[in-house]
Write a protein that binds this ligand. Structure first.
Ligand code: SF4
Length: 197
């Protein structure tokens, strides 16, 4: 007997016991089923995705209703994880939907002693300005590297070694992919993120 058959049988046996217990308490099954709350994923669109937290890459199903994420759980079709998620991956919903998410950036002025809250748009503009200025000021077209016989060879490198990006575990795989493409197109070479893509 396979494990799945056993589980199914155990499930039905449990359901029979539950029905018997309800009848013993004088609760009609129709009344009991009417009291069952609607599933939050009822009518939701299921979008397969990948857990963003680490390089294992467990499969997830993101349930979306009216443009909002209502649930994230393990994807049984994933050959990596077969529907399972570790405690961190199981809490991914709280990453996407959380009233405690920060909606401003923390900024400390040069020589300033205090952090202040600034709008995200302002922070993004500031980062873009500084990124462009630093990249342009440090861009290297060619570099001399050792050739096969030890002689100096000039190679086209088209990069800037002056800017780096360090991604955290909460950046999702789609963002990391787009970020990598943008970084490489600017000629920036120091790029790391936890998704390992
Ligand atoms: S954090 Fe957990 S659930 Fe997410 S990919 Fe890694 S092992 Fe899988």
């Amino acid at each position: 007997m396979s494990h799945s058959e056993t589980s199914r049988r155990q499930f039905f046996r449990g359901a029979g016991l539950a029905a018997g217990t309800l009848a013993g308490l004088g609760i009609e099954s129709r009344t009991a089923s009417a009291a069952v709350p609607k599933l939050k994923i009822e009518g939701a669109r299921e979008v397969p995705s990948v857990c963003p937290y680490c390089a294992v890459g467990c499969g997830q199903i993101v349930s979306v209703k009216d443009g909002l994420i209502v649930n994230i759980e393990g994807n049984p079709d994933s050959p990596i994880s077969r529907g399972t998620l570790c405690p961190k991956g199981s809490a991914t919903f709280q990453l996407a939907v959380n009233p405690n998410r920060l909606t401003t950036a923390k900024y400390r002025k040069p020589f300033g002693k205090e952090w202040e809250d600034v709008p995200l748009d302002w922070a993004m503009d500031r980062i873009a300005e500084r990124l462009k200025a630093t990249r342009d000021a440090t861009f290297v077209e060619t570099a001399e590297v050792p050739g096969p016989g030890g002689e100096a060879v000039t190679k086209k490198v088209s990069h800037s070694p002056a800017v780096a990006s360090l991604g955290g575990a909460t950046m999702d795989n789609e963002w990391n992919y787009a970020h990598l493409k943008m970084w490489r197109s600017l000629g920036l070479i120091w790029l790391e993120n936890q998704a390992r893509i």
